[in-house]
Design a protein around this ligand. Structure first.
Ligand code: AAO
Length: 512
């Protein structure tokens, strides 16, 4: 009996690590601040056909609306209620989007902000995305409803009520994160309200959640909430499927709270991956690409089955969260394509690609003065749609990294090599490296200041392959470089360091 219970518990926790991706799909894209109507269209016209596995969406619940600064992106991290109307659209639009994405095999993962409500200085009134009345000073949120009883202030033991020291796990969990009213998740009532919100989304067809600010919640409280979650909607998912859980815990080491406290509950964001990949590709601190031969757990990252990995996220790309100058974003396009290519070729972790909007970046003394700027918007503050240009890129300030040919094609590469072992590593003891995935794919990088000119064992079967970085296979022709692999699996590669994209990738489906 004991054994049975153990098996059941273990099975339950394991299930929450599974992203429930469909039919050979492997990657998630974060469509940061996109409107539901645009995500629905993107699933049908692009993500479904190109083999993307899922979309992380911005928080769908009612949030504060701020004038100063003007409609910052981060207003969505200040909940007012669990009504489903937000800057991205209405409940009906959300439901339509989830249905249409599911119907083309693309999962939806919701960014769930459950640690807190709005900031304590959020005022009183109806400046909220559904127009619900609330009072931050009275801690009154009648459309949930939450009242002052439902917050943690009596538990917090710092003078300011704020987290003052990340070395003290009690402060980090029981006090306010940057002034945000901290929910008492130990209360059955609060747990119930949070679970009700998440279950409504599960019924609508979402595949899981990115849970915000997990470091600031006790693992036991989260465990209780996650156990209340229903199985996924059987219209799209196998019966008994558990919601995927990605927990946002920033753990670069050296703090009281570590990521591993949350491993049994679901996956965890591996921020070391983002920070380290940045220093490696920038060649800072004496780092070299050749040192990544044991990339992954060999670098002290969390176990493969726990990790959600990314090159940059919506926080660190603008200096929030564990943001630093090493993070590689679309602003450094050449390095970004290489770093994302590396991530997608490498077997470690569940991958998430960032898709951003442009803002007026203005870095003064290392800090971006405009790190608050929201998505492309009209003068009334409403978010602009995402227009698609003739060349398939996006307009109106939407960056759409996921549509950059090199990145899209590496998302496909990852699908093609799915399940294949890391193989055929080569390096020049500097910043030229190559590796393959079994006999299904091979990638070569030149991040040195001189040309790469070498013959390598690719592990692929003999034939001519189309490089999916400089171009791609279209019908029977190749719009990019061609690579001839001999019957012995060997191929010659030449990559000038001055090329726009100094890397080459070939795979079983790019064979001509
Ligand atoms: C806004 C205003 C605030 C105002 C507040 C309330 O900016 O001035 O007080 O409203 O009115 C986002 C924005 C916030 C925004 C908030 C609410 O980023 O600026 O506040 O919405 O609108 C911590 C948390 C982590 C969190 C991160 C930003 O642990 O969970 O801060 N990320 C999530 C979301 C994020 C969102 C929230 C949470 C809140 O992704 O978008 O905030 O819902 C250390 C700790 C980290 C800590 C950072 C930053 O990191 O380890 O846990 O993250 O500090 O405080 C080195 C260290 C590294 C360290 C880092 C930064 O790299 O190695 O460990 O330095 O110091």
């Amino acid at each position: 009996m004991k054994l049975l219970i153990l098996v059941a518990l273990f099975g339950l926790s394991l299930a929450q690590h599974n992203p429930n991706l469909r039919s050979g799909r492997t990657s998630i894209v974060h469509l940061f601040e996109w409107r539901w109507a645009d995500i629905a269209a993107e699933c049908e016209r692009f993500l479904g056909p190109k083999g993307f596995g899922g979309v992380q969406i911005s928080p769908p619940n009612e949030h504060i609306v701020l004038n100063n600064p003007w409609r910052p992106w981060w207003q969505r991290y200040q909940p007012i209620s669990y009504n489903l109307c937000s800057r991205s659209g209405s409940e009906a639009e959300l439901r339509d989007m989830i249905t249409r994405c599911n119907n083309v095999g693309v999962n939806i993962y919701v960014d769930a902000v459950i640690n807190h409500m709005c900031g304590s200085g959020g005022g009183e009134g109806t400046h909220s995305s559904c127009g619900s009345w609330f009072s931050a000073s009275k801690k009154d949120f009648p459309s949930v409803p939450y009242s002052s009883w439902d917050f943690n202030d009596n538990k917090c033991r710092t003078g300011s009520g704020e987290i003052e020291n990340y070395g003290d796990p009690y402060q980090v969990r029981d006090c306010r994160l940057v002034g945000l009213l901290d929910l008492a998740l130990e209360k059955d009532y609060v747990r119930g309200k949070v679970a009700e919100y998440m279950n409504k989304l599960i019924d609508m067809g979402v595949a899981g959640f990115r849970v915000d600010a997990v470091k600031h919640m006790w693992p036991g409280d989260l465990d209780n909430i996650f156990r209340r979650l229903k199985n996924l909607n059987t219209k799209w998912f196998a019966s008994g499927s558990r919601p995927f859980i990605v927990q946002e815990v920033i753990d670069l080491g050296g703090e009281a709270i570590s990521a591993k406290e949350y491993f049994n509950l679901g996956r965890v964001t591996e921020f070391k991956y983002s920070a380290k990949l940045g220093t490696v590709f920038r060649k800072w601190n004496g780092e070299k690409l050749c040192y990544t031969k044991n990339w992954g757990e060999g670098w002290g990252f969390m176990p493969n089955g726990n990790a959600l990995v990314f090159v940059d996220n919506h926080d660190n790309q603008r200096g929030h969260g564990a943001g630093g100058a090493s993070i590689i974003t679309f602003w450094d396009a050449k390095l970004h394509k290489m770093a994302v290519g590396y991530m997608l070729a490498h077997p470690y972790g569940q991958t998430r690609v960032m898709s951003s909007f442009r803002w007026n970046r203005n870095i003064v003394n290392g800090k971006d003065q405009n790190d608050w700027m929201g998505p492309p918007s009209y003068s009334d503050g409403s978010t602009k749609p995402v227009p698609i240009n003739a060349d398939q890129t996006c307009g109106d300030g939407w960056v759409c990294e996921h549509r950059w040919r090199q990145i899209t094609n590496m998302v496909i590469f990852r699908n093609v090599v799915n399940g294949q072992p890391f193989a055929n590593w080569w390096d020049n003891q500097s910043n030229q490296v190559a590796f393959g995935r079994g006999n299904r794919g091979f990638i070569v990088f030149n991040n040195d200041d001189w040309a790469l000119d070498v013959t390598l064992n690719t592990g692929l079967s003999g034939g001519t392959y189309c490089d999916v970085i400089s171009g791609q296979k279209e019908g029977s022709r190749c719009t990019g470089k061609q690579v001839n692999v001999g019957s012995d699996g060997r191929a010659h590669f030449y990559i000038s360091n001055t090329e726009e994209d100094p890397f080459i990738a070939i795979h079983a489906n790019s064979k001509l």
